[in-house]
Design a protein around this ligand. Structure first.
Ligand code: SAM
Length: 437
């Protein structure tokens, strides 16, 4: 079995694996890494990720540790799979010369903005931030709370309906995973997922396969209101249930302990969560739960805020080159940083162009010159950073709340269905712990 990158990602990127590209703090893209022959003899070739920060041939993203920062190719390699020879003019601007089809020299290739990206290993959290939305999805603050309340842990058998865009499915797969089942009867942790919409069902089935989650997530095309949760006529023996449906109360009748048709493990308590945006839906669900013998019914709404903690240096000035202290410290610091980044970018671009010409200085040179520029005082003596002047210790710590956190605000209803208790269980219990002794 090829391990799923969500469950056992390994340490390095590899061809065929899903990878999450971080473009900015809250800007993620999911890509599949492709093997390509890479740049040979000045030809840029193969799959290329084109972003607003520049172009990234997949050959530069393969076999590197997850979490690596990758700099853009010095040249915009253009559309996928096209071969173009790179040359430079006197002013070091790369041009694209005649391509294989023998067409006239193409127009100048633009210099990429030479930014960078981070290549991150897939996790349910990052998948939630980058997945293709087919429906509303459950976000991380909600599902992390839900999964612990319904006691999802390695080995748990969990029912989920509907699957929707698969955000919750991935998070629950990781929570219940305790190895791939060896055969059909191997009862390891598993997610039994149900989806009524055929198109979404098919897309989910494809994703499960391409994410190597087969055996951990089993998806059924099913209207659960009508047909319940049995799988191939057998009970999933679930102990955890999550319903993200428009009318969860309509599905509850199929989650009883009726022998022969119960999808629940008869020997253990079942923990349920339903996810509904309106209080009227909550009300109907709670009534139905009570009627069917569920206990410990309660409702929670997750309301999370992200706080950005910063140190504000209002009124703290550093001397400018004339010795005046008029400019705020953080402006000087920003200018110093910008200068450094610009210098690094120029060095990097020059090195890549030289590499294409076959006269590349070692990349190490770039790093060491960048390091040198870090220690050298910048022109105009901006931002002196010695022990007597610790800018990071100046000012007052403050925080601002950020409103951009994505949560699908819904009410979470939780309840517990105790294990089945038969006449025999009662007799056995009485024999073991007789009343009055
Ligand atoms: N929890 C999902 C996620 O995190 O990506 C999103 C679920 S989405 C809000 C609700 C899904 O329930 C839809 O895809 C819809 O097609 C499905 N659905 C609605 N009625 C259903 C039914 N009777 N049986 C099964 N699925 C149903």
């Amino acid at each position: 079995v090829t391990p799923s990158p969500f469950l056992e990602p390994g340490h390095r990127t590899q061809a065929g694996s899903l990878a999450i590209v971080s473009l900015a703090r809250d800007d993620f893209d999911a890509i599949r890494l492709e093997q390509s022959s890479g740049a040979v003899d000045g030809y840029a070739e193969g799959a290329t990720l084109n972003t607003r920060f520049g172009s990234f041939p997949h050959s530069t993203l393969l076999d590197i540790p997850w979490g690596s920062q990758v700099r853009a190719s010095a040249v915009d390699t253009g559309s996928r799979g096209r071969k173009r020879r790179l040359e430079t003019t006197d002013d070091d601007t790369p041009v694209v010369s005649q391509d294989e089809s023998g067409k006239a020299p193409a127009k100048k290739a633009t210099l990429a903005s030479s930014g960078f990206i981070y290549i991150l290993r897939p996790s349910p959290e990052l998948w939630t931030s980058s997945l293709p939305h087919r429906t509303q999805v459950v976000y991380t603050p909600d599902y992390s709370y839900i999964l612990q309340r319904i006691r999802a842990r390695p080995g748990t058998r969990l029912i989920e309906a509907g699957a929707g865009s698969g955000s919750f499915s991935h998070a629950s797969a990781r929570a219940v995973y305790n190895g791939y089942p060896k055969n059909e009867t191997d009862t390891k942790g598993k997610v039994f997922s149900f989806e009524f919409n055929e198109d979404r069902f098919r897309k989910m089935a494809e994703e499960i396969e391409s994410h190597f989650l087969t055996g951990i997530v089993q998806i059924q095309h099913r209207d659960v209101y009508r047909d319940g949760f049995m799988v191939d006529g057998k009970s999933p023996d679930a102990t955890a249930i999550f319903l993200d449906l428009p009318a969860p109360w309509k599905a509850l009748q199929h989650l009883s302990r009726r022998s022969g048709s119960s999808p629940l493990d008869p020997k253990q308590s079942a923990h349920i969560c339903t996810f509904s945006p309106c209080i009227e839906q909550v009300s109907r669900t709670v009534t139905e739960l009570r009627t069917l013998g569920w206990t410990d019914v309660d409702m929670v709404e997750i309301s999370q805020r992200r706080l950005n903690v910063v140190r504000e240096r209002v009124g703290v000035n550093l001397p400018n080159e004339r010795g005046n202290s008029q400019t705020p410290a953080d402006v000087l610091e920003a200018v110093t940083k910008l200068r450094k980044v610009n210098q690094q970018n120029k060095q990097f671009q020059k090195a890549q162009i030289a590499q294409n010409k076959g006269t590349a200085p070692e990349l190490m040179d770039i790093d060491s010159s960048a390091a040198a520029s870090e220690t050298a005082p910048a022109p105009g003596k901006l931002a002196p950073d010695d022990d007597n002047d610790k800018p990071w210790m100046q000012g007052t710590l403050t925080h601002r709340s950020e409103s951009d956190l994505k949560t699908h605000t819904s009410y979470l209803v939780f309840a517990v269905l105790p294990p089945e208790w038969t006449e025999e269980d009662e007799e056995r219990a009485l024999a073991k712990w007789p009343c009055g002794q």
